[in-house]
Design a protein around this ligand. Structure first.
Ligand SMILES: NC(=O)c1ccc[n+]([C@@H]2O[C@H](COP(=O)([O-])OP(=O)(O)OC[C@H]3O[C@@H](n4cnc5c(N)ncnc54)[C@H](O)[C@@H]3O)[C@@H](O)[C@H]2O)c1
Length: 251
């Protein structure tokens, strides 16, 4: 498995969940991988477990100073990425709510991380990729950006719709400089993010019943499309959205 030999990737939200699975798979495919996360101790342990092809950087994607410092740190270490997976995100279960009941603070915390944080990651990713002569940026979107997947997901759905729009626009703006930007939209994928659903048998059964293949997604399910988009095999794919959802959005 050497489809990413010679690539250097930076993956945000890599301490756990989908980001960790992507980082692990990229290393297995021969890439050097910077695991970035706001949870410094957890991302340090995660990178250490992946061996010498991995290193950690602590960065809160919603803080421009922290994002700039993290990219500067990896660049000065000789790990300037040519693949960036802007994956970190939050879903504030129990706080996100129908619009009339949604606190502005919950809205802002969601938008600050999911949308502004993705924008900041993309901003510094584009600069890094331009210095490398091009590369691939992959955003983690969501089916709820397009279909309403939950009546209480107001801030989350709006933030992810913004991510999808951001991806298309940045793809168009930099296509002539060999930078590709694509969005992957996983459906229900069992990670710590969705423990409010996976720990409740009734909620879990309800969501799995809406997935035609009849099971929940796993982080490993999302890694194959990420490898394709990160590799040169994906060189004609840009500005697109790729679903990995067990058929959830067919209905
Ligand atoms: N799990 C799902 O069902 C699902 C479905 C669709 C989309 N997504 C999206 O996939 C992405 C990854 O989700 P996951 O399920 O792996 O979540 P997770 O909670 O398991 O992991 C998210 C990681 O992101 C990090 N993080 C959160 N805020 C951050 C910030 N401000 N700066 C840096 N790191 C930060 C966390 O510390 C954590 O390590 C998110 O963007 C999420 O919205 C998840």
């Amino acid at each position: 498995m050497t489809r990413l030999q010679g690539k250097t990737a930076l993956v945000t939200g890599a301490a756990m969940g989908i980001g960790h699975a992507v980082a692990e798979r990229f290393v297995a495919e021969g890439a050097r991988v910077v695991l970035a996360d706001r949870n410094g101790p957890a991302v340090g342990d995660a990178a250490a477990s992946l061996g010498p092809l991995a290193r950690a950087v602590t960065m809160d994607i919603s803080d421009e100073t922290a994002v700039a410092a993290a990219f500067a740190e990896v660049e000065s270490a000789g790990w300037t990425p040519d693949v960036v997976v802007a994956n970190a995100g939050v879903q504030l279960f129990g706080e996100d709510a129908p619009a009339a009941d949604l606190d502005l603070d919950v809205w802002r915390r969601t938008i600050d991380i999911n949308l502004t944080g993705t924008f900041l990651t993309v901003k510094y990713a584009v600069r890094a990729l331009l210095s490398r002569g091009g590369g691939s940026i992959i955003l983690t979107g969501s089916p709820t950006a397009v279909n309403g997947e939950g009546w209480a997901f107001t801030a989350y759905s709006a933030s992810k719709a913004g991510v999808h729009g951001l991806g298309r626009t940045v793809a168009a703006a930099y296509a002539d400089r060999s930078i590709r930007v694509n969005t992957v939209q996983p459906a229900y994928t069992e990670t710590p993010l969705v423990s409010a659903i996976s720990d409740d048998p009734e909620s879990r059964a309800a969501i799995v019943s809406r997935i035609p293949v009849g099971r929940a997604g796993t982080p490993a399910d999302v890694t194959g499309i990420m490898v394709y988009l990160a590799s040169d095999e994906g060189s004609f794919a840009t500005g697109a959205t790729f679903s990995v959802d067990g058929g959830m959005t067919t209905l």
